[in-house]
Design a binder for this molecule. Structure first.
Ligand SMILES: NC(=O)c1ccc[n+]([C@@H]2O[C@H](COP(=O)([O-])OP(=O)(O)OC[C@H]3O[C@@H](n4cnc5c(N)ncnc54)[C@H](OP(=O)(O)O)[C@@H]3O)[C@@H](O)[C@H]2O)c1
Length: 225
């Protein structure tokens, strides 16, 4: 199997995803901060600075691992909770850069390889990324932009055989979710959330779709009860 680039690989969902990808026989390269501590190849990058990603991808090329990129899973994300009245320009800049700008830049830099491999781009979005949420504007704006990026890219790259999927997870039991719920003053019971390992399995399943069809969108919710 080809090389799968994963952002957010050090996070709650990302760690599970890397494990599931390795288990499924994929060769994984993590792109992000502190990725040296993972058991897979890592390329250091600060996704809040998309302009620096070209040099990160050059390192991948120097290691001879750019040409065999078969998939990119953008799982990195930040989720600041602040009313529009309180969110400063740096909050907006960072959120848009990490959640969507870096994804667009990583796609741009890896597209030649993805076209050659007729590869797959997966964007991890969020169930609330579809509409406005008070005190979450930068986050939901970034996820709405990520959805539009996916939809534009899907149409642009269909001619090259590149697949593009948006995954919309509901509540998934990670520390980030606990922090967000606490900031909103909402109760949090990880037992009622999706296990990161379950979501990771579903993302692997998307990657393993047959050649004649694939899920271009996947919404995942915790089972009721
Ligand atoms: N958990 C949920 O309930 C839920 C629901 C819907 C959608 N999602 C989405 O799922 C994705 C992962 O969420 P999670 O719960 O696993 O969150 P998480 O544990 O906080 O992981 C976030 C990941 O993004 C990385 N990241 C953040 N800023 C970065 C930067 N400047 N440069 C490089 N990497 C950066 C983090 O690395 P660092 O350690 O270096 O910060 C970490 O690996 C996010 O896109 C989130 O919006 C989560």
């Amino acid at each position: 199997m080809g090389n799968v680039l994963v952002t957010g690989a050090t996070g709650g969902i990302g760690v599970a995803l890397v494990g599931a990808l390795v288990e499924a026989g994929h060769d994984v390269t993590a792109v992000g901060r502190g990725v040296g501590r993972l058991d897979v190849r890592g390329i250091e990058a600060d996704l809040a600075e998309p302009g620096t990603l070209a040099s990160a991808v050059e390192k991948l090329e120097e290691a001879g691992r750019l040409a065999d990129v078969q998939a990119l899973v953008h799982c990195a994300g930040i989720s600041p909770v602040a009313a529009v009245a309180d969110a400063d320009p740096e909050t907006w800049r960072r959120t848009l850069a990490v959640n969507v700008g870096s994804a667009a830049e990583l796609v741009r830099l890896t597209l030649p390889a993805l076209r050659r491999s007729r590869g797959h781009v997966i964007f991890v979005n969020a169930a609330p990324g579809m509409s406005g949420v008070p005190r979450w504007s930068a986050f939901v704006a970034s996820k709405a932009a990520l959805r539009e990026l996916a939809d534009s890219l899907r149409e642009e790259e269909a001619v090259f055989g590149v697949r593009v999927t948006t995954v919309y997870p509901g509540a998934t039991a990670t520390e980030l979710l606990g922090e967000v719920r606490s900031a909103f003053g909402r109760p949090h019971d990880p037992e009622k959330c999706i296990r990161p390992e379950t979501l990771a399995e579903m993302i692997c399943w998307v990657l393993s779709a047959p050649t004649d069809a694939y899920p271009c969108e996947l919404s995942v919710l915790p089972s009721p009860g």
